[in-house]
Design a protein around this ligand. Structure first.
Ligand SMILES: [Fe+2]
Ligand SMILES: [Fe+2]
Length: 475
């Protein structure tokens, strides 16, 4: 069950050939997917041979095989983790009952909405990143970008499989619509805000893969607890792919910082003008990018009080992060949670029913997790002997949804006036000038083993290959 059948048109480990109707429906969707990839996938790269990993089984050991492939020939398919026999719903009102193998009628609309919302983010990020290959800082980084892109494409397959298999006609319509919306397009945008933002340069890309792919991790972790077993099994396998995306982000930002610190020490300066003249990205600019990506990403968890979140949990569709490890009753009817409110011009906490605060619970878990990488980035700065530390802004800073979006809040968590905000925002969020400067650094470095001036090489290559390996053959 865990090994994948590659002899079929659509690689899978779900015995697709035994369900002819489903197979035919997915085989009809496949060319539409490929034409979406050709239109909206990485620009100008369809003919490159890229050193990609492909899943060979869903076993934790040795699931990946590496080799040079043209991206349009990548074997996108359907891979579910093996079923756990006797698995029970372990939270919400159905706790203790057998997990569902089919969609429970009363939860159908909510389940479809959850799957479509998750599915929509996957092609969106490919669209956001499609121009980046033209300005890659190295072959190594170019390969990592493409790996992330093909796997996001596969994540779309994962959700489309569920829609086709379990939702009949409207599932098929949703699967088509996933190929029709476009990131950032006025008339038919992607569903969630952060997935309509631009990813114009590589610092944005690393920040996105660190912060926004980590949102993906937390959403997938919550769905991996689902009482709808096919969703739980699908998302568990997606999580193994997601880990690499966050690695690309964390190590990418870390290498940018490393290079900047090296230059600061070489020139014995922290003067932004001098550092920019030397072609590296000054630490305050990195902080402003961080503030932007962090605040935009934590909005993705939704409003701090949400009756939808309560419904998704109580009906057993979406759990909490690491639901199984928590020591409460997993029903949460009598619990409360603290959320932020603005009263008398100040931030304060108030207790709300836990069930309504589950977006906030997941957001807080996310924040704890994302701070870890920032600490590791600070170790790089500390090791270089430089007196500067990056900081995650207050979670109320620069929010665009919920009650916190109605006021201005500084990165250290003070409610401030419009004029104070306007006077300082250029120190807090990446400015047009910052972005223009970073854009000016983006050249295209493709000689094996060479790296752009603004980023340090990685410590190791991919799959134990040397750093100067030819990760991409341009033909
Ligand atoms: Fe994804
Ligand atoms: Fe991802």
């Amino acid at each position: 069950m865990s090994s994948i059948n590659y002899s079929e048109k659509i690689p899978n480990n779900v015995n697709l050939s035994e369900d002819r109707t489903l197979q035919r429906a997915l085989e009809q969707w496949q060319p539409n997917y490929l034409s979406w990839w050709n239109d909206m996938g990485p620009e100008g790269s369809q003919n490159f041979d890229v050193y990609l990993r492909t899943a060979t089984s869903v076993d934790p050991q040795g699931w990946a095989q590496f080799g040079h492939v043209k991206m349009p020939d990548y074997r996108w398919g359907i891979f579910l983790n093996p079923a756990e026999s006797g698995r029970k719903i372990h939270f919400g009102e159905h706790i203790g009952q057998d997990v569902w193998q089919d969609v429970p009628g009363e939860h159908r609309a909510n389940l479809r909405r959850i799957i479509v919302t998750q599915g929509d983010t996957e092609p969106a990020s490919v669209e956001q990143q499609r121009h980046l290959g033209l300005t890659c800082p190295s072959q190594y980084d170019l390969r990592n970008l493409f790996q992330v892109n093909v796997e996001e494409g596969r994540h779309l397959w994962a959700m489309v499989y569920l829609l086709h298999k379990h939702f009949g006609r409207d599932g098929r319509e949703e699967a088509e619509a996933l190929l029709e919306r476009r990131s950032g397009e006025q008339d038919n945008p992607r569903i969630l805000g952060a997935f309509n933002e631009k990813t114009p340069d590589w610092l944005s890309f690393y920040m996105f893969t660190y912060f926004t792919d980590r949102d993906g991790k937390f959403q997938l972790c919550a769905l991996a607890e689902s009482g709808f077993d096919p969703l739980a099994r699908t998302t568990r396998f997606m999580l193994t792919e997601e880990a690499h995306h966050m690695f690309v982000g964390e190590s990418g930002v870390s290498r940018v910082i490393q290079r900047t610190c090296d230059m600061m020490n070489q020139l014995k300066t922290d003067d932004v003008t001098k550092l920019r003249a030397a072609g590296v990205i000054d630490l305050p600019t990195i902080q402003r990018y961080l503030n932007f990506h962090f605040s935009v990403t934590i909005d993705l968890f939704g409003a701090d009080e949400s009756s939808n979140a309560a419904t998704f949990y109580s009906s057993g569709l979406k759990g909490r992060f690491e639901e199984g490890k928590r020591m409460d009753d997993h029903v949460l009817k009598n619990d409360t949670y603290k959320v932020l409110q603005v009263s008398n011009g100040k931030l304060s906490e108030k207790d709300v029913p836990m069930l309504n605060a589950l977006n906030e619970v997941l957001r807080d878990d996310y924040i704890k997790d994302s701070v870890g990488g920032v600490d590791r980035w600070n170790k790089v700065i500390e090791k270089a002997g430089i007196d500067f530390r990056l900081k995650v802004p207050h979670k109320a800073f620069n929010r665009k949804i919920g009650q916190l979006s109605t006021v201005h809040i500084s990165p250290d968590g003070r409610v401030i006036s419009d004029s104070e905000w306007n006077a300082n925002v250029d120190q807090w969020l990446a400015t047009d000038e910052d972005r223009a400067y970073v854009a000016s650094l983006m050249g295209r470095v493709v000689e094996p083993g060479k790296f752009a001036n603004w980023i340090a090489p990685p410590i190791m290559g991919i799959n134990r290959q040397p750093v100067n390996f030819d990760y991409v053959r341009f033909n």
